[in-house]
Design a binder for this molecule. Structure first.
Ligand code: C5P
Length: 321
């Protein structure tokens, strides 16, 4: 979370909500609450949505979106986050008008909805002068979704439990460049991906806390605080890829195109897909490779972005809207 003009009280604010990719996604077992026990490494990237917020005193929470595909009612995580935060504050008169500029593709495995919810919590905490601290915001975030706590502080973190137990590993700026691709014709439902994984692999699930902790320690034993993983890891583990790739030609197509790019270090699906990414030593290299291969992405029907890694999550700016 980053703020500028921290001491100024304004009734308008712009919150940047960054997408994430999974550098590691391992499914350990099933929890009593029906969620999966996970061991993940999540990483913020600079592809972001913008939430332009203007506060009001009329109790109205209003959302407009640049993407007509997105519902703007109570099922939108932005509305859910705003109402939950207002509820926790006990100040029912609070209102806000949010204009969402949607750049992160929907249903893509990039935590687009979760990061918008995180930006709503951080932004409204400031706009409504609520003074919840970071830990309190993360607690509230858990009630909205498993990835929302990570998206608040972002950067690179180990994420355990159902994804909400965070261990920050890196505050330094990474130099790694990312080429991200997504077939715009397809979205994947996260619950479907986990259900399919369970149907296929439940027999190999671990079940005891000791086994879970051993797996967490395996993830912790690698030094994620530098970028050396891109040279030292031969592959990226994403367990959901095992279940999604065989039924999703768009994912296989994306990985084939990425793996053919010159200079790539590692490639994987992100989250529950279908977006996939390739890692390069530097952002500049990723940008050059992207520009030299635009027709390849286009012929394969893929949208493509060159991104850098971010060392923080939601960013706030006071600007006239
Ligand atoms: O927490 P969130 O609402 O983002 O999760 C969406 C769905 O993904 C859950 O309802 C569940 O089906 C699945 N999920 C899971 N285990 C997790 C996280 C998500 O099974 N750790």
């Amino acid at each position: 979370m980053r703020m500028s003009n921290q001491n100024t009280k304004n009734d308008y604010l712009i919150a940047s909500a960054f997408a994430k990719i999974n550098l590691h996604l391992e499914i350990l077992g099933l929890r009593n609450d029906g969620y999966h026990e996970l061991s993940m490494v999540m990483q913020s990237i600079d592809l972001c949505d913008q939430l332009r917020m203007k506060s009001s005193d009329d109790n109205k929470i209003i959302l407009n979106s640049s993407n007509p595909e997105l519902t703007i009612g109570d099922d939108n995580l932005i509305i859910k986050a705003a109402k939950l935060l207002r509820n926790k504050s006990g100040m029912n008169h609070l209102g806000v008008n949010i204009n969402l500029i949607k750049n992160i593709p929907i249903g893509a495995g990039l935590a687009g909805g979760s990061t918008d919810a995180a930006a709503t919590l951080v932004g409204l905490n400031r706009l409504w002068s609520l003074k919840f601290n970071m830990n309190q915001l993360e607690e509230i975030a858990k009630e909205i979704g498993s990835d929302v706590p990570f998206c608040i502080s972002g950067g690179r973190q180990l994420c355990f439990g159902r994804g909400e137990l965070l261990e920050k590993v890196n505050n330094k700026q990474s130099t790694i460049g990312v080429i991200l691709v997504k077939d715009p014709s397809i979205q994947i439902s996260t619950p479907m991906a986990y259900k399919r994984y369970k149907d296929q692999f439940a027999e190999s699930y671990l079940s005891s806390e000791v086994e879970f902790e051993n797996k967490r320690n395996e993830a912790r034993s690698f030094d994620w605080s530098t970028d050396k993983f891109i040279d030292e890891h031969k592959t990226i583990q994403n367990d959901l890829q095992k279940t999604i790739s065989p039924i999703t030609p768009e994912v296989r197509n994306s990985l084939t195109v990425l793996k053919d790019l010159p200079g790539l270090k590692l490639a994987s699906m992100s989250g529950s897909g279908p977006s996939c990414y390739a890692l390069f030593s530097t952002y500049n290299q990723a940008k050059i490779v992207l520009n030299q291969n635009l027709s390849k992405f286009e012929n394969a029907g893929l949208s493509a972005w060159a991104c850098s890694m971010k060392s923080f999550g939601v960013e706030l700016k006071n600007e006239i809207i």
